[in-house]
Design a protein around this ligand. Structure first.
Ligand SMILES: [Zn+2]
Length: 600
C-alpha cells in the first residue's frame, strides 16, 4: 500500500504532505473511486496482516490497531466514516479522536463523505485524504452538487458552474440525457467540483489561511457551523498543540464570531496573563484604543497619543484595549498576532466580544494594578471600549479617569484624536505623574526586547537577556564592565553586548530571534516547564535537525517557536518546524531549522 508519508507544511491540524502510492501524490488529496481497485488487490496480497509500514489499518475495528501496531503504519482509514454525518458532534469527535490515536506523520483517509461543501472542514480537522464516492453516488441520484450544498437537477434553470461538463451543455440538455449518461455527467461535475475544492484548500494551507476559509465556508451550512463550534469548544487543546506561534506576515482576519475562539487569540490572552509583567517603576496605567494600522505605534492616532504624553512617558504605562485580543501591552505590539490582525470596525461590539475583552482587562488589572504607584487608571477610550472599561473598573472598585467624551463608532474615533481629547489626556497624565519624565530610547527598546523574550520563553527570560531593569530608572543594571546596546530602527531592534549580537527582532514573524550567545544567557532563567529546549543525538546538525535526530523536546514548543538545541556535540539555536511532541513522535520531517550552531 503506501510506503511512506511525509508532512511538508502545516496549517493547524491541516497539512500539505507527500504520499507515496504507486506514484508520489500530494495531500490534501481526493482519490477517485474508479482507481480504488488498486487498494483491494494490494490488500488481497496480505499487506494488512503483516502490519508493515504502509499498511491500511482501520481504527476501532482492526485487531492490529488495539495491539499497538498502529504506530508502525503511515496511512490510516477511518472505518464507518459515513456515521460522521449523523451529528456535528460525531463528525468533530471521530476525526479528532482518530487523529489523536495515530502518529503525527501518518496520513488519515476518511472515505465516502467528502463534498465540495464539507471538504475544507474535513481537512481543517486533520483529514489528509478524501475520495469522490459521495460525488459519484449523488450523481447517480440526480443530485447536482454546489460549493454551498446541493440541488436536484430538475430544479435548476441554469448550471452555476464552469467545469467541462457544465460549460458544454445547458441544464435542459443535461436533463434530456439518457439515465446512465446523465448520471455519469453529474458524477463528473460533482467530482470536478470536489477536486477544485481540494486544490483551494491546499492553496489555503500553503498560505496559512485555512481557518479564515473555514469560517467563511461553514456559513452555508447549519451542520458545519455546529461542527466548527464544537471543534472550537471541545478540541481546543488538540488545535493548540498543532497551531504555530507565529506565521510569516499572515494577517489574522477576525470577521466572524468564531474568530474570538481562535487558538491564536486565546493563546495571546493567556500569555499576557502568564508571561508578562509591566516595566518596573511606572506610576500610571493608561488605557488606549487600538488602531487599524499595525503595529499601533505606526498609526496616526497612536502618534498623537504618544506626542500628547511624551513628557511623562517615563512614568506611565500604555495598555491597548482591543477586540479580539483583549489587552495588548505597548511592549508586545510587535508580537504575533498583535501586529497581524484585522477586524471590521463599526463601533458595534456584540455581547460575547464585550464579555471576552472585559475578562482580559479584569485579569490584567487583578494581576498587575498593584505594580503601579497610582491606583487611578486613565482611560483614553471611546464607545464600547469605554463602556467595557467602566464596567470592569466598577466591578473591581478601581478608580478610573475617562479623558474623552466618546460616543459610538466614528465619533468615538474622532473623540480620542480630537484636540480636546488629547489635551485632556495630557492634563490628567501630568497631574497624576507629577514631574516630567521622558522615556529614553534605550528604555523603550529594552522594554520591547525584554517583554518579547518573556512572552516567548516565559517570565525571567527577558531579564536573563537584557539584564535586570532597575526599579527606579528602568535601566539595565550593568554586569561588571558590561554594556548592553540596542541598535536599529523600530521595529528592527538588535540587542548586543561587548560587540556581540544576542538577539534581534524579526518583525515578519513578530518574534525575537536568539543567537547562540543570547541563548546561553537565558538558558539558566528558563523554567523547567517551558525550557524551549530540544535535545538531539551526538551529531552536529547542518541546515536542519530532522525528527529522528531528536531525543527529547519541550512539549511547550510550537511551530515557528525559537528553540535552543543541544546534544553531546552541538549547541545551537533555530526555529522549530513542528511542535515539541511531534518532534518526539515523528519518524521523518524537519524538526528545527538551524540558524547558528556551535560544536562542543
Ligand atoms: Zn460543473
Amino acid at each position: 500500500m503506501s510506503r511512506f508519508y511525509e508532512v511538508r507544511q502545516k496549517d493547524g491540524a491541516a497539512r500539505i504532505g507527500r504520499l507515496q502510492l504507486n506514484e508520489v501524490v500530494q495531500t490534501p488529496l481526493m482519490l477517485r473511486v474508479e482507481s480504488l481497485t488498486y487498494w483491494e488487490s494490494k490488500e488481497g496480497r496480505g499487506e494488512v496482516p503483516r502490519g508493515a509500514v504502509g499498511a491500511v489499518l482501520l481504527p476501532e475495528v482492526h485487531p492490529f490497531f488495539e495491539a499497538g501496531n498502529s504506530q508502525s503504519g503511515d496511512f490510516f482509514v477511518l472505518a464507518f466514516a459515513s456515521a460522521l454525518l449523523n451529528s456535528p458532534r460525531d463528525f468533530a469527535r471521530r476525526i479528532v479522536g482518530a487523529r489523536e490515536r495515530i502518529p503525527p506523520d501518518a496520513a488519515l483517509w476518511v472515505p465516502g463523505v467528502a463534498t465540495a461543501e464539507n471538504a475544507a472542514v474535513l481537512f481543517y480537522a486533520g483529514v489528509d485524504l478524501v475520495d469522490n464516492t459521495n460525488a459519484v453516488l449523488k450523481g447517480y441520484g440526480g443530485i447536482y452538487q454546489t460549493e454551498e450544498g446541493e440541488e436536484r437537477l430538475e430544479s435548476l434553470e441554469e448550471l452555476p458552474c464552469n467545469c467541462s461538463v457544465c460549460s458544454s451543455l445547458s441544464a435542459g440538455e443535461l436533463r434530456k440525457k439518457a439515465g446512465r449518461k446523465r448520471a455519469l455527467l453529474l458524477a463528473r461535475h460533482n467530482t470536478l467540483l470536489l477536486e477544485k475544492e481540494v486544490k483551494k484548500v491546499r492553496a489555503r494551507v500553503r498560505a496559512g489561511t485555512l481557518r479564515e476559509y473555514v469560517e467563511q465556508k461553514v456559513r452555508s451550512s447549519v451542520f458545519l457551523t455546529a461542527v466548527l463550534r464544537i471543534l472550537d469548544s471541545e478540541a481546543e487543546v488538540y488545535f493548540e498543540r498543532r497551531t504555530p506561534v507565529a506565521r510569516r506576515g499572515v494577517q489574522l482576519k477576525a470577521n466572524t464570531m468564531e474568530s474570538l475562539k481562535r487558538v491564536e487569540v486565546r493563546r495571546f490572552a493567556r500569555r499576557v496573563q502568564e508571561r508578562y509583567e509591566p516595566p518596573a517603576g511606572r506610576r500610571v496605567l493608561v488605557l488606549l484604543p487600538c488602531s487599524a494600522r499595525k503595529p499601533y505605534s505606526a498609526s496616526q492616532s497612536h502618534r498623537k497619543f504618544v506626542e500628547a504624553v511624551a513628557d511623562f512617558r517615563g512614568c506611565l504605562h500604555e495598555l491597548i484595549l482591543t477586540s479580539p485580543l483583549g489587552v495588548v501591552p505597548r511592549e508586545l505590539e510587535l508580537a504575533y498576532p498583535a501586529a497581524f490582525y484585522d477586524i471590521p470596525v463599526t463601533g458595534y461590539w456584540d455581547a460575547e466580544e464585550r464579555a471576552w475583552v472585559a475578562s482580559c482587562l479584569r485579569a490584567y488589572l487583578e494581576r498587575n494594578l498593584q505594580n503601579y504607584e497610582s491606583a487611578v487608571v486613565v482611560a483614553h477610550l471611546g464607545g464600547a471600549a469605554r463602556e467595557i472599561c467602566s464596567g470592569v473598573a466598577a466591578e473591581l472598585g478601581v478608580e478610573i479617569v475617562q479623558t474623552c467624551e466618546g460616543e459610538r463608532g466614528e465619533e468615538a474615533t474622532t473623540a480620542v484624536c480630537s484636540k480636546e481629547g488629547l489635551s485632556r489626556l495630557k492634563e490628567v497624565v501630568a497631574e497624576l505623574c507629577g514631574e516630567k519624565q521622558r522615556l529614553t530610547g534605550f528604555e523603550l527598546k529594552a522594554g520591547v526586547v525584554k517583554a518579547l523574550a518573556d512572552f516567548q520563553f516565559g517570565l525571567g527570560a527577558g531579564s536573563g537577556l537584557v539584564g535586570n531593569l532597575s526599579l527606579k530608572k528602568n535601566l539595565p543594571k550593568k554586569k561588571e564592565g558590561e554594556r548592553m546596546k540596542i541598535t536599529g530602527k523600530f521595529p528592527f531592534y538588535k540587542l548586543s553586548s561587548k560587540g556581540e549580537v544576542l538577539a534581534r527582532i524579526v518583525p515578519e514573524f513578530g518574534t525575537l530571534a536568539l543567537t547562540v550567545k543570547g541563548a546561553r544567557r537565558i538558558a539558566n532563567f528558563l523554567s523547567p516547564r517551558s525550557s524551549y529546549k530540544v535535545e538531539i543525538g551526538d551529531f552536529v546538525p547542518k541546515g536542519s535537525v530532522l525528527a529522528p535526530g531528536v531525543v527529547n523536546a519541550d512539549p511547550e514548543i510550537r511551530e515557528n517557536d525559537e528553540v535552543v538545541f543541544c546534544g553531546e556535540k552541538a549547541f545551537g539555536v533555530g526555529r522549530a518546524k513542528m511542535s515539541g511532541w511531534e518532534m518526539v513522535e515523528s519518524r521523518r520531517g524537519v524538526a528545527v531549522q538551524v540558524r547558528e550552531v556551535e560544536e562542543i
